[in-house]
Design a protein around this ligand. Sequence first.
Ligand SMILES: [Zn+2]
Length: 378
Amino acid sequence: MYDLVVKGGVLIDPAQGIYERKDIGILHGRVEAVETRIPADAKQVMNAEGLLITPGLIDLHVHVCRDIASIGIDPDAFCLRRGSTTVLDAGSLGHLLFRIFRRHVIEASKTTVFALLNIKSLGMIEFSKREGWSMLLDALDGLFAKLFVNVEESVRTIQENRDVIIGIKWAHNGLEYLRLARKVADEAGCLIMAENHRQPDALKYLKEGDIVTHLYHGLKPRPHDGLLDEDMKVQPEFYEALKRGVILDVGHGAGSFSWEVAEKALEQGIKPHTISTDLYTLSVDGPAFDMPTTMAKFLHLGLSLEEVVEASTAMPAKVLGRLGEIGTLKPGAFADLVAFKIQEGKFPLTDTMKKTRMGEKMPLPVAVVKWGEVYKLQ
Ligand SMILES: [Zn+2]
């Protein structure tokens, strides 16, 4: 007998090429069967008639260093309860603080949390504006990198935490830090996530499997600092990066998603591989909000529902090297799923430049299942 049967929903599971009505049988926290009809004799039955079922969402860019750094949010309250059953902390902390992050957040959360290590040993200190770290970083730049980046200890921390650390993060600082991140990645055999700044130079450091996040930011005064040049054309180096297998990630956040940039980029064929929120204290109450709202923005931009689900489940699972366990509802996978109601109407969707477009479809999560346990949301 199953522990849980999810009955009557329409399953979208791009990893299996499924987009049809299916029942899902769950036993001991894993998917046991995906079939057209599964009898309802289970310990628990979830009626999913009229709902859309997807694998649990995987948000590849969040900051969940709650209580440790000021930008951190609680993953269970703001990710799991909004549909993300797995998240990647995008380098909030460096090697000096990683042990406490592992114990206090990764091991204590219901949400599955993977991490990137920040190349700076203390992590994203630049957000502690009152302490003047950010001024010090800017003033000293290369010298700061020499003093506060520890390649050896970063490599060691990654090696000791292979089960949860998947790479190294470069953000907000000069290219010297990225050069050092490359060194760590090569020595530890892991990936780099780089923010989409100082382009096209930053791309030169990225290899197959590395990630560029904040793909569609429109930050000034350097409008050509990211994807597009001054004429709103995609910089050619991005096509080369795509060819060599660099992953393009959304990383919406509070300052990194511009409708105009996204629209121009999509016209020129640049779609995201992965949709992510960059959720932290300044973006969680808008304009990013959560994965479903960010997904709605890409539905509005013309991506199909299957594409949007794939970029929020199977693709990020692949980037994490865990497709099969997560990112799909194939038998054997963890029983992580979301039941959505697709609402139709007019939904104002605001970017980080305060521009609003009217979305017509909003995927509203009504229940989340994590390792077979049901969380009702509405
Ligand atoms: Zn971030």
